[in-house]
Ligand binder design. Structure first.
Ligand code: GDP
Length: 425
């Protein structure tokens, strides 16, 4: 059975925790999009980890972790992250990397930084991991596939060809040092040797795994609103964050994805620029940011303070719908225990009219939140195992979210640890 675990909004919903938890009963965990530009924080018996490129199944000996063809593969980062885990006492994970996966090149990272500097104040808030230049090159058909590392003739010719193109931009647009094809080829030889032990025909592997009835998780990065088609374009990421893309980014039939578990946060947070209707500011925001997540709301990859706000029913309902959600995991509910009253954004006011459907970006920029206030439960709900044992105000809040989303909330996460979960079937 294949299940996708994806985010409803801007990312950082706690997909890592839910994936790590569900990986216990899974044979395979696959990353199918994105790169090392976002992080999942996972807290388990081995310690606290920020994973950037490795799938969140790496903590179990029985799981095979796969980097699918849809991922932006940063080879040194992958190798480094594996080494860090092992150094912290985690058994060497079983990793497979698709031979069709494309490689983040050193110049992608440089171009990302040069472009952000060129755009100055008008930048897209890139994490400078090379993701946008990487995906641009992939679709411009000048990307490098892992398989090409193993064909010296193809590799050499392509390196020379691509350097000509890149050097025009480096010289005339960015006024930066040029690429040396020889040096780049040497780097790619190093990459080839680093990745060789993990390379696999992943779609063939998964075809057999599905036939054998294995349990497979597709782990999404970021969330619906960062999807290049359905998100808050252009403040989006460069690969699809939707469960549907899991089929493409892993190489499996779309109809094999039977469950789509969308992770929804009990309040909102976002990194980077872009409209964020239910955002709060000042002391109110500082307090939520400090209390949020497991160590405050700061980016797992960048350490940047996250923007925070109230639960946004309009954005979340849209995010849940566009994912094709079959069930919702509601996370970080425990964090809200300090509040006397909990506002929820239940509509957007745009040009004097209240809308319930998530609009396109130009309209979104004009939206003002319509808030409904719920009574807080004013206590710590960590440690509670049964839904019925949650305070009534807390259950009312969960059920109000469920009613807004129109999809069952089957899991409620009341703490960052693997076992802090309330099942609600
Ligand atoms: P991801 O990218 O969706 O995996 O999310 P991140 O790992 O970037 O952010 C989620 C943060 O919330 C992490 O610091 C988690 O440890 C933390 N977290 C996840 N679930 C819960 C929860 O139920 N309660 C609390 N307090 N923290 C949680």
């Amino acid at each position: 059975m294949v299940r996708a675990i994806v985010g409803a909004c801007w990312g950082d919903e706690g997909k890592g925790k839910i994936t790590d938890m569900l990986a216990e009963n899974s044979d395979i965990v696959i990353r199918f999009q994105g790169g090392a530009n976002a992080g999942h924080t996972i807290i388990n018996d081995y310690g606290r980890f920020a994973l950037h490129i490795l799938p969140s199944g790496v903590f179990y000996k029985h799981t095979t972790c796969i980097i699918g063809n849809g991922v932006a593969l940063n080879i040194p980062k992958l190798v480094e992250e594996m080494a860090e885990l092992v150094a912290q006492g985690v058994p060497q994970p079983n990793i497979l990397v698709s031979d069709r996966c494309q490689i983040v090149m050193p110049y992608h990272i440089l171009f990302d930084a040069y472009e952000e500097a060129r755009l100055a104040g008008k930048s897209f808030g890139s994490t400078k991991s090379g993701i946008a230049p990487f995906y641009s090159d992939k679709y411009a058909k000048i990307g490098f596939q892992v398989s090409e590392l193993f064909d010296e003739d193809i590799l050499k010719e392509k390196v020379e060809r691509v350097c000509v193109l890149k050097n025009v931009l480096l010289e005339h647009l960015y006024h930066q040092p040029l690429l040396d094809p020889k040096e780049l080829l040497d780097t790619l030889h190093e990459y080839r040797d680093m990745i060789a032990p993990y390379v696999c025909d992943v779609s063939a592997y998964l075809y057999e795994a599905i036939k054998a009835g294995k349990n497979i998780l597709l782990e999404g990065q970021l969330g619906s609103l960062k999807d290049p088609d359905h998100g808050i374009y252009p403040m989006v990421t460069s690969s699809s964050t939707l469960a549907a893309y899991g089929a493409i980014g892993a190489g499996i039939p779309p109809y094999e994805i039977k469950e789509i578990t969308t992770v929804v946060k009990a309040y909102s947070s976002a990194v980077g620029a872009g409209a964020f209707v239910s955002e709060i500011f000042g002391d109110e925001a500082d307090e939520l940011r400090r209390k949020g997540g497991d160590k405050g709301e700061f980016g797992a990859t960048t350490g940047r303070p996250r923007r925070v706000g109230w639960f946004d029913a309009v954005a979340s309902r849209y995010g849940v719908r566009i994912q094709g959600t079959t069930e919702v995991a509601l996370t970080v509910l425990d964090v809200l225990g300090y509040l006397d009253e909990i506002p929820m954004c239940v509509g957007y006011e745009i040009d004097g009219e209240v809308v319930k459907d998530f609009p396109t970006t130009a309209k979104l920029e004009k939206a003002k939140p319509v808030l409904k206030v719920f009574p807080g439960w004013k206590c710590d709900i960590r440690g509670i195992k049964n839904y019925e044992d949650l305070p009534k105000e807390c259950r009312d809040y969960v059920e109000a979210i469920e009613a807004e989303l129109g999809v069952p909330v089957t899991m409620v996460s009341n703490g960052p640890r693997r076992d802090e979960i309330i099942y609600r079937k």
